[in-house]
Design a binder for this molecule. Structure first.
Ligand code: UD1
Length: 371
C-alpha cells in the first residue's frame, strides 16, 4: 500500500513521527511517502521538529508558505492534486485540523483516493474557529476515521458517519511523548536558566481569536503579568503572537533577557526542549489543543485560555480546565491551582504510546483500501 502522509504545521510533525515509524517497520506491506506542504517553514516551527522527532526528510515539499485561509488552502490543494496524480497513492493519510489537513483530504478525495484522518471526531462546537471547519469537512469525507477517545467517536456517529469507518485507536501525540520523555528530561535547559521543577509556569498563545484582537491579547497578557508576581512564566512566543505584540505595542507586559522573571519571552522551543519545560512546570496556560492533551498525560495542571475545547476528555479525565479569556477569571483560576495540590488520575484509555501501531494494524487488516 502506497501511502502519502501529509504534514504542514508544527503539531502535525508530533503526530506523524510515530506513524511514519510504524509504517516503515512493515516494509512488506507499506510504502510511506512523506509530503510537507510548507504551511510552517521557519526553522523553529519545522526543521527543529523533524530533528527532535527523528522524522525522515520529506520526500516531497510543496513550499506553500503563509497566506489567507483561502489562499493557503487553495494553494495546497492545487499542488497536492499534482502530487497525487504523479505518485498515484493507494491512500492519503492526514492528521489534526490545520489548513493542510483539509486541503489534502479534499484534493485526494476528488481524485477518488481514500483518505485516513488521524485525530478524527474532535469537536468544540464553535464554528467561528478555522480548525473546527477543517475538522468537520475532513471527517465528513474521510474513509478511515481514527479517534483519540470514545467521545470523538460519539460525535462522528451523531453526524451520521458509518460506524465501520470509525476506529478508536487512542492518542498518537502521546506515543511521541512517551518515546521522548526521558531524553527531554535529561536536557540542561532548565538548569542553565537556574530553574527548578514546579517553580515556574509555562504559557503558549497563538490562536487567532486570542492574539489578533488587541483588547483580548492585552487582557490575557495583563492576567499573565499578574500571575507572574507569584510564579514566573515562560512564554516561548509563536511568530504570529510576536508580530501582534509588536503591532499593538504590548511589549511592556513581557520580559526579555537572560533571567527568567515576570512573563519571560523566549523564542519558540523545539519538541524536546518544550517537553522538558512542560513536564517540570507547576502550571501551564495555553490556547493550544495538543498541549491540553500532553499536560493530561504528564499530570501537569493546565488552564485553557479559550471558551471551549474540542478535547473535553482532558477536563473530565485529565488536568485541564477551560477558563476563557477574561483577565480576572484567568488570574483567579491560576491562584486556585497554585493554592491546591492535584490528585493523580488515570490517563484516558489507549493513551499508552501504542496508537500508531493500532492505526497501522487497522490499515493492514483492511480490504477496502486496495485499488
Ligand atoms: C496553525 C494552525 C493551528 C495550529 C498552529 C500550530 C491553521 C488554520 N492553523 O496556526 O491550528 O494550532 O498552526 O502552530 O491551520 N508564520 C511564521 N513562520 C512560519 C509559519 C507561520 O512566521 O513558519 C507566521 C506568518 O505570519 C503567518 C502566521 O504565522 O501568517 C500564521 O501562520 P499559519 O500557519 O497561517 O497559522 P498558525 O497561527 O501558525
Amino acid at each position: 500500500m502506497k501511502i502519502l502522509n501529509v504534514v504542514g504545521a508544527r503539531p502535525n510533525f508530533v503526530k506523524m513521527g510515530p506513524i511514519m515509524e510504524a509504517l516503515k517497520s512493515r516494509p512488506d506491506s507499506f510504502e510511506p511517502i512523506l509530503v510537507h506542504t510548507g504551511q510552517h517553514y521557519d526553522r523553529a516551527l519545522s526543521d527543529d521538529f523533524f530533528r527532535d522527532l527523528e522524522l525522515p526528510r520529506p520526500d516531497i515539499e510543496l513550499n506553500v508558505g503563509s497566506g489567507s485561509h483561502a489562499q493557503q488552502t487553495g494553494q495546497v490543494m492545487m499542488l497536492f492534486e499534482e502530487t497525487c496524480l504523479e505518485v498515484k497513492p493507494d491512500l492519503v493519510l492526514v492528521v489534526g485540523d490545520v489548513n493542510s489537513t483539509l486541503a489534502c483530504s479534499i484534493a485526494a478525495k476528488k481524485l477518488g483516493i481514500n483518505v485516513a484522518h488521524v485525530e478524527a471526531g474532535l469537536r468544540c462546537g464553535n464554528r467561528s474557529m478555522a480548525e473546527e471547519i477543517n475538522r468537520l469537512c475532513t471527517d465528513s469525507i474521510s474513509d478511515y476515521l481514527f479517534t483519540p477517545d470514545p467521545m470523538a467517536g460519539e460525535n462522528l456517529l451523531k453526524e451520521g458517519i458509518d460506524k465501520e469507518r470509525i476506529h478508536f485507536v487512542g492518542n498518537v501525540m502521546i506515543d511521541s511523548l512517551f518515546k521522548y520523555k526521558e531524553k527531554a528530561d535529561s536536557l540542561d535547559y532548565k538548569s542553565k536558566l537556574g530553574l527548578s521543577n514546579k517553580e515556574y509556569g509555562l504559557v503558549t498563545l497563538h490562536r487567532a481569536s486570542n492574539v489578533d484582537d488587541a483588547s483580548v491579547l492585552e487582557g490575557i497578557l495583563g492576567a499573565l503579568r499578574e500571575i507572574s508576581d507569584e510564579l514566573p512564566l515562560i512564554l516561548p512566543i509563536h511568530p504570529r503572537t510576536k508580530k501582534m505584540v509588536e503591532t499593538y505595542g504590548l511589549e511592556k507586559y513581557l520580559e526579555y533577557g537572560d533571567n527568567v522573571r515576570g512573563v519571560w519571552t523566549a523564542p519558540p522551543l523545539g519538541y524536546l526542549e518544550f517537553l522538558h519545560v512542560m513536564a517540570g512546570a507547576r502550571l501551564v496556560l495555553t490556547d493550544s489543543g495538543g498541549i491540553q492533551e500532553e499536560t493530561t498525560a504528564l499530570g501537569v495542571p493546565c488552564l485553557t485560555l479559550r471558551n471551549d475545547t474540542e478535547r473535553p476528555i482532558t477536563c473530565i479525565q485529565g488536568t485541564n480546565s477551560v477558563v476563557g479569556t477574561d483577565s480576572a477569571v484567568i488570574v483567579a483560576a491560576a491562584k486556585q491551582v497554585l493554592g491546591s495540590s492535584l490528585a493523580a488520575k488515570e490517563p484516558p484509555e489507549k493513551w499508552d504510546g501504542k496508537t500508531a501501531n493500532r492505526i497501522v494494524d487497522v490499515l493492514s487488516n483492511s480490504s477496502t483500501v486496495a485499488r
